[in-house]
Design a binder for this molecule. Structure first.
Ligand code: HEC
Length: 132
């Protein structure tokens, strides 16, 4: 690809006029920029947690849940459900329902209220990855 650049520089102090016609080969330059752009897009996708739930981040968040659902998602208390090995989508849906209060249970409504969609995805990825 060829790009014609025209520069016109006027140095009035010296009453001098310079006209520069320059042929710049932008092929390689544009290709480099394009490659940089593509790698930036890929990086943004990789860094975006909505594209891949992060079980490690979920594990960190799950510290809040362990007192009721157990250290490894196996509850020590008879009234609390196990979460280990539960279906990931089920966990996502359950937490979203608690957050939206379409599933009503005061404890879990309160626990789910501050969770973001990312938190929910990460928690679901974590608990579903545990051995039931
Ligand atoms: C104070 C105790 C307590 C804490 C803390 C707690 N939960 Fe719960 N959780 C419960 C109880 C009790 C239920 C059963 C509620 C019901 O009947 O809907 C439950 C239900 C759930 C369910 C639905 C399970 C199913 O089989 O439908 C999910 C998912 C869940 N909790 C996730 C979490 C997560 C994630 C956290 C931490 C952010 C958390 N819970 C913190 C007590 C707790």
């Amino acid at each position: 690809m060829q790009l014609k650049l025209k520069f016109r520089v006027r140095l009035s102090l010296f009453h001098l006029e310079l006209a520069i016609d320059h042929n710049l080969d932008v092929g390689e330059f544009m290709m480099k920029k394009y490659q940089q752009f593509i790698s930036l897009v890929l990086l943004a996708i990789a860094a975006n947690p909505t594209f891949a739930a992060d079980a490690a981040a979920g594990k960190a968040k799950a510290a809040l849940c362990a007192s009721c659902h157990g250290q490894n998602g196996i509850s020590m208390l008879p009234q609390n459900p196990n979460l280990a090995g539960q279906k990931e989508l089920y966990l996502v849906n359950a937490l979203k329902a608690y957050k939206a209060q379409t599933r009503k249970e005061p404890t879990m409504n309160a626990m789910a209220a501050p969770l973001s969609d990312t938190d929910i995805a990460n928690l679901a990825a974590y608990y579903s990855s545990l051995k039931p």
